[in-house]
Design a protein around this ligand. Structure first.
Ligand SMILES: Nc1ncnc2c1ncn2[C@@H]1O[C@H](COP(=O)(O)OP(=O)(O)OP(=O)(O)O)[C@@H](O)[C@H]1O
Length: 247
């Protein structure tokens, strides 16, 4: 479970998170918002890549500030821009990721075979990472973030560069994992969420301006129709406009 209470974060004098609160139980949470809304800042804060300036973050009831390195290693995180080890094979990248996430040596082989199969990279296990296509690289990034089946996973724009079939494959993986895990994904693709998200969070200007189900977002869209947009997109636009009156 993730619990965030009144989280603020500033880069020098830019106030990027202005009091974000959230409670997330197992499920897929879709984080939507325009460029610069604060989605990546929120994710980096939850995985401890940014220092806690104000507010509280609890993972499975434990404050992030009290978690040791091995506990933080169990979090799954796919940054928006990630590096792979280009000059070693796909499988070696996964062996390293499994080790970095603290998977027991005896379990690593099985975990790697499973994630290779789920991400449709089985046939590429012995290929150098540098020779993968963009979509395959993205899938390998996802595989590295999820190889240890984390209880809490944060994926920043995981479906960028994937074709519809590959996106569907990743959605199925997320749905399966979300039975036991909290999965927070950021995306610009509103329609990507409809099939997968148990809850949608809309962020704008460092605040969560909407927190509800896909049905709630649809209902908001129905009340705020806009020419040329489908109902979900209308809901998203209306949610963006709801900037609470506090800084
Ligand atoms: N290292 C940094 N130094 C200064 N400002 C930053 C830094 N990183 C992000 N920002 C600013 O903080 C705000 C939030 O950025 P963030 O990357 O969290 O947004 P985002 O919602 O993830 O956007 P995108 O969808 O474009 O990735 C933006 O205005 C951005 O310019």
């Amino acid at each position: 479970m993730i619990e965030i209470r009144n989280l603020h974060f500033s880069y020098r004098n830019f106030h990027a998170l202005k009091g974000v609160s959230l409670r997330a139980e197992p499920g897929v949470y879709g984080l939507l918002g325009p460029n610069g809304a604060g989605k990546s800042t929120l994710m980096k804060s939850v995985v401890g890549m940014l220092p806690l300036q104000k507010g509280e973050i609890l993972i499975n009831g434990k404050s992030l500030t009290r978690m040791d390195r091995s506990e933080k290693r169990r979090l799954g995180y796919l940054p928006q821009h990630f590096d792979l080890m280009d000059f070693v094979t796909v499988e070696r990248n996964l062996i390293y990721a499994a080790w970095a996430h603290g998977i027991d040596r005896n379990e690593a082989g099985r975990a790697i075979s499973e994630i290779l199969e789920i991400t449709h990279l089985g046939g590429k296990a012995n290929v150098l990472a540098r020779s993968l296509s963009g979509g395959m690289r993205q899938r390998l990034g996802i595989a590295c973030a999820l190889v240890h089946r984390p209880r809490v996973a944060l994926l920043d724009e995981p479906t960028v560069g994937l074709d519809p079939l590959q996106r569907a494959g990743i959605r199925n993986l997320l749905l399966e994992l979300s039975r036991e895990s909290v999965i927070l994904i950021s995306t610009h693709l509103v329609e990507d969420l409809a099939a997968v998200a148990s809850r949608v969070l809309v962020m704008n200007s460092g605040l969560i301006t909407f927190d509800g189900t896909v049905d709630d977002l649809n209902a908001l869209g129905e009340r705020n129709p806009s020419p040329g947009l489908n109902i979900l997109e209308c809901g998203y636009q209306a949610a963006l406009a709801r900037i609470p009156n506090r800084q």
